[in-house]
Ligand binder design. Structure first.
Ligand SMILES: *[C@@H]1O[C@H](CO)[C@@H](O)[C@H](O)[C@H]1NC(C)=O
Ligand SMILES: *[C@@H]1O[C@H](CO)[C@@H](O)[C@H](O)[C@H]1NC(C)=O
Ligand SMILES: *[C@@H]1O[C@H](CO)[C@@H](O)[C@H](O)[C@H]1NC(C)=O
Ligand SMILES: *[C@@H]1O[C@H](CO)[C@@H](O)[C@H](O)[C@H]1NC(C)=O
Length: 314
């Protein structure tokens, strides 16, 4: 049926369809009427249709020209396709599909020139299709840049480097002691660059988790970080000081208790020795000995006692 299409039908087609102004000839109406470009990308086992004009860089891409020809008017045509990827690369072929990849993110205009050689027509019918594509880097990695350690009750500012094309939607949450909290949602932030800064104050020591989910128009990545939060140095010092104070107090108490009988003896001795001195000698100089006695160390005290001892007995 298709083979015996008279040429007047094509002439009729020429007249009916509005001709689009262009150097390619009167049949450039193909651009709007007879087909479209469809983009596919394959990541892992999955193939995605990228019809929003956004593509991932470094990902095998397939662009297909889907001819709209329900009446099979072009069934006898021999097609040629010239694909200009917009990055300097031009691919020619006879298939309505091209396989390539954009190695770099950026904005490109992909242009396809279709040529249909009809046996009935001397000059080939051409059509030009173009599509602006935005090539984005998929989010591949989230890296914690710092700091290296965290202290409790102290504001920490965590810096991350996120590989991928912005803008990105980031949702993050801290899990105390890494306990999963179904009820807790995450905090949503918009990221317009590749660095993410999160401010957080840890309320307890030990292991904590941070869940981060990042998404851009073409990819998504979810990851979790384990963070060890140690005691605040300040609190630590305070603790040590408290312990030291308690120890000192305890030792002092023990000392006092242990030395009490000595002290009593000593004061008795001192008192009696003093009395002896007062009795035997001048009161002025010797009373000083008694005063210094109470404030000197135990060793000194014993020495004094020994000194005083003979004087007492004498
Ligand atoms: C790909 O397919 C295999 C088996 O069919 C499966 O085990 C694997 O998880 C898939 N990978 C992805 C990224 O979906
Ligand atoms: C195909 O040809 C028919 C006439 O046979 C015409 O009515 C129709 O518009 C043509 N279709 C296209 C897509 O050119
Ligand atoms: C690419 O185009 C989009 C709009 O389509 C724009 O927002 C973006 O800034 C452009 N990127 C570059 C690198 O020019
Ligand atoms: C964290 O604090 C810094 C300044 O100290 C600020 O620039 C940044 O926006 C804050 N981040 C968040 C998520 O609030």
């Amino acid at each position: 049926m298709d083979r015996d299409h008279p040429p007047w039908m094509l002439l009729h087609l020429l007249m009916v369809l509005p001709a689009v102004a262009g150097s390619a000839g009167p049949l450039t109406h193909l651009e709007n009427v007879a087909g479209k470009l469809v983009f596919y990308q394959t990541q892992g086992n999955a193939t995605y249709v990228r019809d929003a004009g956004e593509l991932a860089s470094h990902v095998p891409t397939e662009t297909m020209f889907e001819l709209f020809d329900p009446q099979r008017n072009f069934s006898t045509a021999k097609f040629t396709y010239t694909w200009d990827l917009g990055n300097g690369e031009v691919i020619k072929g006879s298939e309505p599909v091209v396989r390539y990849l954009y190695p770099q993110s950026g904005n490109y205009t992909l242009r396809l020139k279709v040529g249909a050689n009809m046996p009935q027509y001397a000059p080939p019918i051409t059509g030009v299709y173009s599509k602006d594509v935005q090539v984005l880097d998929a989010i591949k990695n989230i890296e914690l840049a710092g700091p290296a350690d965290y202290t409790v009750s102290q504001g920490s500012s965590l810096a991350f480097h996120v590989d991928g094309s912005p803008p990105m939607w980031v949702c993050w949450r801290f899990l105390t002691s890494c306990l999963p909290d179904v009820a807790a949602g995450c905090t949503l932030t918009m990221l317009y660059e590749n660095t993410l800064e999160l401010n957080h104050t840890f309320t307890s020591t030990g292991l904590h988790c941070l869940d981060i989910s990042v998404r851009n128009d073409i990819s998504q990545l979810q990851t979790s970080f384990s963070l060890y939060v140690r005691r605040n140095d300040h609190t630590h010092l305070l603790f040590i000081l408290t312990c030291a104070a308690v120890l000192v107090a305890t030792f002092s108490f023990i000392l006092v208790v242990a030395c009490r009988p000595w002290k009593q003896n000593a004061s008795q001795v001192a008192a009696s020795s003093n009395a002896a001195f007062v009795k035997d000698r001048d009161a002025g100089g010797e009373s000083d000995v008694v005063v210094t006695f109470s404030s000197v160390e135990k060793g000194e005290r014993e020495r004094l006692l020994l000194q005083l001892g003979p004087q007492y007995s004498s």
